[in-house]
Design a protein around this ligand. Structure first.
Ligand code: SAM
Length: 243
């Protein structure tokens, strides 16, 4: 299917329809362009081991979009995707939430370079890719406590990820954390982190990605009070000594 646009669009369309998400032909075209650029540049930027068209559609595109089926978003919100890699889920979500502002963050300069080229290529407005570590940026005023939503997939275990994510949220705002079947154990291990950072688990939703056997969950975390200024700790410490 690699160079077969019709086949790619057909499969993508079937998946998006199975998710019951409304879409336009422009959005399908954008995902096709995204896919072409992703496989073209994959080696250069070391983006992902998942490159076969069928797998990219299901494991990257549909897995990113699946949360739109189960949640309602009303637009004009500020999102931050921590450890976005090649743009999953943030870049894909932006294509379907054009009225929201997206900030994509990754500690790999190569990946951010890829994303900036992709954003330029697709001509999307209201999205920005930045190079840096969550621990450093969350201590900067313009980033701290200034997002309505944080999303993140495959970046760290929950206790570590919370220290990256919660400081960026406004009080009352939510983090959407994509997790696998180990989420229950991760939540248990994250009790101290939740309490320390001023957050609580709001809900866990089982995600149903069309054509994917893998168990997928969305852990939704609500920030309930201001995070003490000493968090996040210095870059590398949250992972080395999780809360
Ligand atoms: N979210 C993408 C996905 O699901 O395909 C990428 C996942 S990849 C396994 C993890 C990404 O997180 C890498 O691109 C890495 O550079 C980034 N990352 C890890 N720790 C980070 C940190 N502290 N701050 C920012 N980015 C980080």
């Amino acid at each position: 299917m690699e160079n077969n646009k019709n086949e790619f669009i057909k499969q993508l369309k079937a998946g998006i329809e199975a998710l019951d998400i409304s879409y336009s032909s422009e959005q399908l075209e954008q995902l096709w362009e995204y896919y072409l650029f992703f496989i073209k540049e994959n080696k250069k930027y070391n983006l992902s081991t998942i490159t076969e068209a069928d797998a990219v559609i299901k494991k990257h595109f549909l897995d990113s979009l699946v949360i739109l089926k189960q949640l309602n978003f009303d637009g004009r919100k500020r999102w931050l995707d921590i450890g976005t890699g090649a743009g999953f889920p943030g870049m894909v979500l932006k294509l379907f939430l054009p009225g929201d502002s997206f900030y994509l963050l990754d500690s790999s300069a190569k990946k951010v370079n890829f994303l900036n080229q992709l954003i330029y290529k697709l001509g999307i407005k209201g999205i920005d890719a930045s190079h840096g570590r969550a621990e450093d940026l969350a201590q900067i005023d313009e980033w701290r406590a200034s997002y309505d939503y944080v999303c993140s997939r495959a970046v760290a275990s929950l206790n570590v990820l919370l220290e990256y994510a919660v400081p960026f949220l406004k009080v009352g705002a939510l983090a959407y954390l994509y997790k696998g079947p180990e989420y229950k154990a991760e939540i248990k291990e994250a009790e101290t982190a939740l309490k320390t950072l001023g957050a609580q688990i709001k809900e866990v939703i089982e995600l149903d990605v069309p054509g994917l056997e893998a168990e997928r969950y969305l852990v939704i975390v609500e920030k309930v009070s201001k995070t003490p200024v000493k968090f996040p700790r210095r870059a590398g410490i949250p992972k080395k000594r999780p809360l």
